[in-house]
Write a protein that binds this ligand. Sequence first.
Ligand code: NAP
Length: 255
Amino acid sequence: MTHRILILGGTTEARQLAGKLAARADCSVTLSLAGRTENPIAQNVPTRVGGFGGAGGLAAYLNDMRIDLLVDATHPYAARISANAAQAARMAGAPIVALRRPGWEPVEGDRWTEADTVGEAVQALGAVPRRVFLALGRQEVAAFEAAPQHHYLIRSVDPVEPKLAVPDADYLLSRGPFRQDDERMLLENHRIDVVVSKNSGGAATYGKIAAARALGIEVVMVRRPDLPDVPSAETVDELAAMVDHFVEPAAERGV
Ligand code: NAP
């Protein structure tokens, strides 16, 4: 019997999980991407791209494709799709499991200022001009036009278009992972005095946080949004090990 698994992705872990499950003879895996990145990394498993049309559209997809398990392996800040996934799974009566990478915790030496939203992060920079490193998605950086007094260094995977309507901004195109030594050099070369970051968790983008700590630089950390309460695993291996439980016929699960 083949288990049909839909993985909502857009993260490194989703790609790793898809590869791991696709290697199993009893799993047929489809990876779903939002289509935000212009040149996504090759995924090596069947991939579909684009939104489903809300929770109702995703529920219809789960039914039409007879999906046995929905895996939400989206980014921790992709709150809309995670909410849709939980609702769609309920509507379609399909099991769901989420891959929830733990967030970073501040440690000795960190100078974090936490903000609930990107708008709050803009305010947290204050009125006095500063040299700011924006390590946020290109969709979020537009909010910083509200504080044009700062110098911005903006790093993104795809070009920020249109450019920010601020007088002083540099753009850097780059895709992680980013090493701490390189991040430190970047912060020093650009004389950055504050970093704005999401609490993405994981090792791939932690370098800038560790580098900021080493240099005594403040980090304005945008807190994670609330996500639906569904069964979850913290790592790819943990989730892969849970799959059998979820895809067993309900009667055998004792449900
Ligand atoms: P979002 O606000 O939660 O989702 C907006 C809409 O995009 C959803 O309602 C859905 O459209 C569509 N969508 C999102 N993820 C999808 C997926 N994996 N497959 C198909 N449709 C998807 O999400 P977002 O913040 O725009 O992020 C989009 C994607 O980028 C996610 O897959 C996420 O994992 C990845 N990503 C996000 C961040 C971030 O910081 N937000 C960072 C790195 C990667 P419909 O309602 O039409 O189905």
